[in-house]
Design a protein around this ligand. Structure first.
Ligand code: 0A1
Ligand code: ZN
Length: 867
């Protein structure tokens, strides 16, 4: 992007001109405006290059006054613009006071201090603090905060900010106040405050060294009973971080607030997390097993940030993965330790392949540590988070888990209270583990998914295994260096017995070979076990070898992957045949035999069985082609599903019978696995409209004591013409009318229903009173659900799906640019589609580009059009 003046570059980093030791904030919340008075203890930064000016960021607020050491500044001593207050020639050490007003009641932008329903709450990452008051809004300015809030006691009985409440009381005119002190220095993006009329649940946790931590979780009244799982998850996470990393919580209270309007999952503000209700609420009758897992993992993620993110933070936003990659990795390990490690890992792998790989192969590909950006909020990406987590996982694997944990402790001790870089982290890893990570560093600097090709040669009882690597060019990075890639392998004999223990091969040149001796017959290779590196494996294995791995591989990821590869072979051949106008390709008998073997000898982990019976997603299938044809993919996938359902109809009936609910709902591995198998069986039976299926699903819906089974029934009925479908949908809407998050499931279900007029149905729902355009969760359910979950509808040949999304992006952009940009991202991979689809997507992007856009959306749309 040339001539882009607002683009920021990592290479341009300059240390801050002035440092701030303490921040005193005073908020007087009034119904019209909120008055802010901020007092800073400031001193010149000895490491700064130019201290002739001091820049404080500030947007969307009313400036009132500024004073240095008690003397109000004259207008010639500062410059005020739309987004900054610049002080000329400040002294070396001084007290700065700035006064301004903001309008939280009118602020629906979900940034700064804003309104969510009747709650006023803050969101400062990445640059929201500069919508609250004038401040150098950058993470390397760390200070100790004191916050005083005063507000109407009736309207806002609960007042919260980071840290310990050190004073509170009543004031005249029905007002009250509270003062909070946070003893830890923090960057302003971790500042938080919330005021509202809130309900609360309370618990406590005693740390290993005996600190009793007061745990409170606030939400709008009436929702308290949906918060217990989140509270239990928090305690699990606190215990896990002590047991695993020896890290104990460092304040006396840990407060969480759940709000209905939030752009992301949650925010790790020091001692005062703010959460999207979608990542807190979970009750058996309102939330599915995946919701329960999501809540558990997001709660843990935010808690883990207390060290990896808060105690040690990022120097600048290019380093975002320093805190996010490491915290995602910690969250992943935590999730794995909660049971069903194989399937948990499989889900992580699926996210990488189905969402991250496409990002890394498209116009928005960027390194885990980006080099430049226009709008930082566009860089909270799957690459920074999940690929960043995979990069950490590789370091952990090379070091060994124990040595890695020691190295993380070393990093945290060395940089406690500092704002540092990814390079600082890597150096700490090298210092502690002794690893040489010189070549490994490319993982942070280079975008794109490396391809690793596997070739074998067997002769005279000796197997030669050759691995080679190649990384396709990505925007702005044409010549890719060689990566340091750990590839775990194991070898099995024809009966599936292991003949070589698992071992990790380090591929760090273009091509390398390894030899394994002493075999009577050619062994079967199980490669990239556990997904040891975020690479695309290119390995043409025979159907027989895949069936063998599917039946016997001791690594659940490879076992599942072998099944996926077997399904993919048929699907890819069939899609290609359809594209070329040839007769469809039927599945080979061996595939059915492999499924039969699986059903005869299912893995003990029911969720693994369910995953292995699930065909590769449309996204995964799309990844196999240079030019994606949604309709050929859809047809091939449906036909294979029908063929499997027809062949095994009796078995699926039996599976549904043996896996039907027989006791009250509990969320644990065994029960969630059972429900998952039940849902998969029902889904196959629905595919062929098996006799009695609609009635059975409706009966499940009526009788279920939990949302997981109810959703399984609804999913099975979704595309059927049966009268039961409308009956249960209406019942659902009536029963859950007062539960917006549950109604999101209803919206999503309809958005993803296969029907010729699904675009029109989505438009109808957009106008429905049950839909709320100002709430991101509603938009994600209806529009996100439509684009991702209804590919046939979205890519409809007349372009109506693209037009719908373009219309809504344009409508949303001024209200919520962050979300509008995320939706626009769904159009940018147009070049990967066949011409008919590509042209339509591109035209929609071009139409968006003609409008006056936010920086967020403009950056995404420009990248999409430039390829
Ligand atoms: N740091 C949070 C994610 C987050 C980022 C930006 C936000 O602004 C709306 C909110 C949350 C996390 O990783 O959980
Ligand atoms: Zn995070």
């Amino acid at each position: 992007m040339t001539g882009d003046t607002q683009r920021k570059y990592r290479a341009d980093y300059q240390p801050p001109a002035y440092l701030i030791d303490t921040v005193d904030l005073d908020f007087e919340i009034r119904s019209d405006r909120t008055q802010v008075r901020a007092t800073y203890a400031v001193r010149r930064n000895p490491d700064a290059n130019d201290t002739s000016q001091w820049r404080l960021d500030g947007r969307d607020m009313q400036f009132l006054s500024a004073a240095i050491d008690g003397r109000a500044l004259d207008t010639h001593e500062y410059a005020l613009s739309d987004n900054a207050l610049v002080i000329h020639n400040p002294p070396e050490i001084f007290t700065f006071v700035v006064e301004n007003t903001i309008g939280p009641e009118q602020n629906l932008s979900l940034e700064g201090f804003y309104r969510s329903g009747d709650i006023l709450c803050s969101q400062c990452e990445s640059n929201g603090f500069s919508r609250i008051t004038y401040f150098p809004d950058r993470p390397d300015v760390m200070a100790r905060y004191t916050t005083r809030i005063s507000a109407d006691a009736h309207k806002f009985p609960v007042l919260l900010a980071n840290g310990n409440c050190v004073d509170s009381g009543t004031l005249d005119n029905g007002r009250h106040y509270a003062v909070f002190e946070d003893p830890f220095a923090k960057p302003c993006y971790l500042f938080a405050m919330v005021v509202g009329d809130l309900g609360m649940i309370r618990d406590s946790y005693t740390t290993a060294s005996g600190r009793k931590v007061d745990l409170r979780l606030y939400t709008e009244h009436g929702n308290e009973d949906q918060c217990h799982h989140a509270m239990a998850s928090l305690k699990q996470a606190m215990a896990w971080d002590e047991d695993t990393y020896g890290l104990e919580y460092d304040l006396d209270s840990y407060v969480t607030v759940a709000v209905g309007s939030f752009n992301m999952g949650a925010m790790e503000n020091k001692g005062l997390n703010v959460f999207n209700t979608a990542c807190i609420f979970a009750r058996a009758d309102t939330a599915t097993d995946s919701d329960f897992a999501l809540v558990r993992d997001v709660v843990a993620h935010e808690y883990f940030h207390n060290y990896t993110g808060n105690r040690v933070t990022c120097r600048d936003w290019f380093q975002l993965s320093l805190k996010e990659g490491l915290t995602v990795y910690r969250e992943h390990q935590f999730a794995i330790d909660q049971g069903s490690p194989g399937v948990t890992r499989i889900r992580q792998v699926r996210t990488m392949r189905e969402i991250q790989f496409p990002e890394d192969g498209g116009p928005r590909a960027h390194p885990v540590r980006p080099e430049s950006y226009v709008e930082m909020n566009n860089f909270y990406t799957i690459t920074v988070y999940e690929k960043g987590g995979e990069v950490i996982r590789m370091i952990a694997q090379m070091a060994g888990r124990d040595a890695f944990i020691i190295a993380v402790r070393h990093y945290l001790d060395k940089h406690d209270g500092q704002a540092v870089t990814i390079e600082d982290f890597v150096v700490a890893m090298e210092e502690s583990t002794g690893l040489d990570l010189a070549q490994f560093r490319h993982w942070y600097a280079q975008a794109g998914t490396p391809r690793v090709r596997v070739a074998t040669d067997f002769e005279d009882g000796r197997l030669q295994l050759t691995l080679s690597q190649h990384t396709p060019a990505t925007p702005d990075q044409n010549d890719k260096p060689l990566f340091d890639i750990p590839v775990e392998i194991a070898l099995f004999d024809a009966e599936g017995a292991p003949v070589r223990e698992a071992e990790v091969l380090r591929l760090n040149s273009a091509e390398q070979s390894w030899t394994f001796d002493g075999f009577d017959a050619e062994p079967t290779v199980s490669a990239l076990r556990g997904f040891t590196a975020p690479v695309r494996l290119e390995y043409e294995q025979s159907d027989e070898a895949l069936a063998r791995l599917m039946a016997h591989d001791s690594d659940p990821v490879c076992r599942w992957d072998a099944a996926q590869a077997l399904y993919l072979k048929t699907l890819v051949a069939d899609v290609s045949a359809r594209r070329e106008g040839n007769a469809p390709v039927a599945a080979p008998e061996l595939l059915f035999e492999a499924i039969e073997t699986l059903l005869d000898n299912p893995p003990a982990d029911r969720e693994l069985l369910a995953e292995m019976l699930t065909l590769p997603s449309e996204a995964m299938l799309g990844e196999q082609f240079d030019a994606v044809d949604i309709f050929a993919i859809d047809a091939a996938r449906r036909e294979l599903k029908e063929a499997i359902a027809t062949r095994f109809a009796k078995r699926f009936q039996a599976l549904a019978d043996t896996h039907a609910a027989s006791s009250a709902y509990i969320f644990d591995v065994a029960e969630a696995g059972r429900r998952r198998v039940f849902a998969v069986a029902l889904d196959y039976l629905a595919t062929i409209e098996a006799p009695g299926l609609a009635a059975r699903a409706a009966a499940v819906y009526d009788g279920a004591d939990n949302m997981t089974d109810r959703m399984a029934a609804l999913d099975a009925l979704r595309d059927l013409n049966a009268p039961e479908r409308q009956r249960v949908l209406d019942d659902f809407a009536q029963t859950w009318a007062d539960y917006p998050l549950v109604m999101d499931k209803w919206l999503r279900l309809q958005a993803t229903t296969r029907r010729d007029d699904s675009v029109e149905r989505v438009r109808e729902l957009l106008a429905d009173a049950r839909f709320d355009f100002t709430n991101p969760n509603r938009i994600r359910a209806l529009l996100g659900g439509f684009v991702r979950g209804n590919r046939v509808g979205f890519h409809r040949a007349d372009g109506a799906g693209y037009a719908l999304i373009a219309d809504e992006i344009l409508r949303l952009d001024s209200l919520n640019p962050q979300l509008a940009a995320a939706l626009a991202g769904m159009l940018t991979n147009w070049a990967r589609h066949v011409p008919a689809q590509a042209d339509g997507m591109r035209a929609a992007l071009a139409r968006i580009a003609e409008a006056e856009l936010s920086d967020n959306t403009r950056e995404i749309v420009a990248a999409g059009l430039e390829q």
